[in-house]
Design a protein around this ligand. Structure first.
Ligand SMILES: [Fe+2]
Ligand SMILES: [Fe+2]
Length: 220
């Protein structure tokens, strides 16, 4: 697979994974009797992510990729890292929705800006239509759970550093492409991945801190 095929193939994997995990999150939320409106939003998000996955895979296929998704190597289920389930749900909400979906907005905006192929812009536009709503879902769910779910207010200061450390690990220290992306690769959406860390740090310093200030939490 060449780099640009690989890029869209990886993106399809990420979106499909995100859909599967959101299906499970919806079920956790049902088991915990979270607000029905939020549960319905989560179900809608899993549908959006399937659309993103199909669109990304279509680009990879258009570029000649014929490989199917490596389902047995993908993280399609959520790990229940804490007892009770509500604490595990809090970690997933903070890490993947408050943090993950929030940083996705500037990240995909930057990707859209540096690409120019019409088919690719169409995918980025659809993703960018959805991601701000996904991020809003994260922050709204956090606020609701903070008010209504026993333990959440007490666990939040413990869960936030765990989530932020994982985000930094996933986004920082990506070596630049060697050789540098060609103009055609950039047009097709390949993105200088060494910029991921910088975009994350900027988002931590602005949006994450603005949102977390409400809970008396400050990230450095
Ligand atoms: Fe997505
Ligand atoms: Fe999303």
């Amino acid at each position: 697979m060449n780099r640009i095929q690989q890029y869209w193939y990886n993106q399809a994997i990420a979106e499909y994974t995100s859909s599967a995990r959101t299906v499970e999150l919806s079920h956790w939320m049902q088991r915990l009797s979270i607000s029905p409106d939020l549960i319905r939003q989560a179900i809608r998000i899993s549908d959006d992510e399937m659309v993103h996955a199909q669109m990304c895979y279509d680009i990879a296929a258009k570029l000649g990729c014929t490989q199917s998704l490596p389902l047995d190597k993908m993280q399609l289920t959520l790990a229940q890292e804490f007892e009770p389930l509500s604490k595990s749900m809090l970690l997933v909400l903070v890490q993947s929705y408050c943090f993950g979906e929030t940083v996705a907005v500037p990240l995909f905006s930057a990707m859209r800006k540096s690409s120019s192929e019409e088919a690719v812009i169409k995918v980025f536009d659809r993703i960018l239509d959805d991601e701000p709503r996904h991020a809003k879902f994260g922050w709204l769910s956090l606020a609701w759970c903070h008010e209504n779910v026993t333990g959440v207010a007490q666990w939040l200061p413990e869960v936030v550093p765990v989530a932020i450390e994982r985000m930094r690990k996933a986004y920082a220290n990506h070596p630049p492409f060697d050789p540098q992306p060609s103009q055609s690769e950039l047009d097709w959406g390949l993105f200088p991945r060494e910029r991921y860390g910088e975009i994350l740090e900027k988002t931590i310093a602005t949006t994450y801190n603005q949102r977390l200030a409400h809970y008396g939490i400050k990230l450095n």
